[in-house]
Write a protein that binds this ligand. Structure first.
Ligand code: NDP
Length: 341
């Protein structure tokens, strides 16, 4: 049977388990020009929260009753499609289900000889591309500059900080627990990491960034942005990657309008802020695979995966991601990985 998680209802604010519905349907037969894929790893990503809304965005919303959207690493079970053979591994739009059909559009092959296949949705996939293009093409780091990155232990942030170190920057991470901060400094080699939940977060961050901030790689928004922004230097850059702290907002925040002061600082400090979406940078994929793949092999870049076992646990794991319960790139293992001993 094809095990699926469907979008049952749209959340208002924080999603709950009631927004998802489990279903089992017969495994579909691939038609002419199609292949049947069996999911091994399903990727859980913060953008999926946006897909649950019925609002206009850069990608279509999930429809009620449809499987939740998402990508995964699968093995080809049956192929009626030229160029794809049984037993090959691919990254594709699997959605939250154990089996999917594909016509090959947007599908990327994954070679288990190069790297563990799970990295196809992690460091050598979309999160890696996001970190690489966002930092190098938008942030444009120069040796000696100070880079701050939020959600520093996560899929994107952990890679941003390590690339910035390779480029000769001072790197300060921001994360949500002492364990995450210790990992970021001790394992990944960031210079410092500050816990945004500490009462003296602002003082600690200012002390860590004693020469101000040249690049703030923004993953979260909220209180972290409010605290980093006053530290920005003249001609600093803000690659605006994500704002997970705001994803469950249902209206405008209360309090004074901060926009005039924000514009004022943007202008007088000549700050560049640029939103970006990973798929606009697909032309950088060969560079990601070459550089990040090479740095992993040389031991210069590390990555951490948080693998939840069993598709039945996907909604709970996703809700945890929005609360910082994941530690590393969040994956759901849906079936055995024959490449991993
Ligand atoms: P992560 O692996 O970093 O997981 C999300 C992390 O966000 C959590 O572990 C948690 O870490 C942190 N977080 C959750 N809620 C809050 C909050 N209220 N305030 C501060 N931090 C919070 O996810 P990704 O690396 O996949 O994604 C990071 C960001 O990048 C997200 O905003 C995502 O939407 C965005 N993104 C954007 C892309 C693009 O193309 N523009 C592509 C990929 C991701 P902690 O415990 O440290 O709080």
């Amino acid at each position: 049977m094809n095990k699926q998680w469907l979008l049952k209802s749209r959340p208002h604010g924080e999603p709950t388990l009631d927004n998802f519905e489990y279903a089992e349907t017969p495994v579909p037969e691939p038609g002419e020009g199609q292949m049947l894929l069996k999911t091994i790893y399903m990727s859980l990503d913060p953008y999926m929260r946006g897909r649950m809304n019925d609002t206009k965005s850069y990608a279509a919303s999930a429809q009620l009753g449809d499987p939740m959207s998402g990508t995964g690493v699968s093995v080809v079970v049956k192929s009626n499609l030229d160029g794809f053979a049984e037993g090959e591994y691919v990254v594709s739009q699997t959605c939250w289900q154990s089996h999917s059909l594909s016509d090959g559009q947007g599908v990327m092959k994954v070679d288990p000889k190069n790297a563990p296949i799970s990295t196809g949705v992690g460091i050598l996939g979309m999160p890696g591309l996001t970190a690489y293009a966002g930092l190098l093409d938008i942030g444009k780091p120069k040796e000696g500059e100070t880079v701050v990155v939020s959600a520093a232990s996560g899929a994107v942030g952990s890679i941003v900080g390590q690339i910035a170190k390779i480029k000769g920057c001072k790197v300060v991470g921001v994360a949500g627990s002492p364990e995450k901060c210790a990992y970021v400094v001790d394992e990944l080699g960031f210079d410092e990491c500050v816990n945004y939940k500490d009462a003296d977060f602002a003082q600690k961050l200012a002390a860590a960034c004693d020469k101000g901030v040249d690049i703030y790689f923004e993953n979260v928004g909220g209180i972290v942005f409010d605290t980093v922004f006053p530290l920005m230097n003249d001609f600093s850059r803000i690659p605006l990657c994500g704002r997970i702290a705001n994803y469950n907002m249902t209206g405008d925040p209360e309090g004074p309008n901060k926009l005039p002061a924000f514009f004022g600082q943007m202008l007088v400090k000549r700050i560049m802020l640029r939103g970006f979406i990973s798929f606009d940078h697909y032309d950088r994929f060969p560079d990601v695979v070459r550089d990040l793949g090479g740095w992993i092999r040389e031991g210069k870049v590390k990555y951490k995966e948080d693998i939840v076992q069993g598709i039945e646990n996907a909604p709970e794991a996703f809700l945890g991601l929005l609360k910082g319960k994941n530690f590393g790139k969040l994956l759901v293992q849906v079936s055995d990985d024959p490449t991993r001993s």
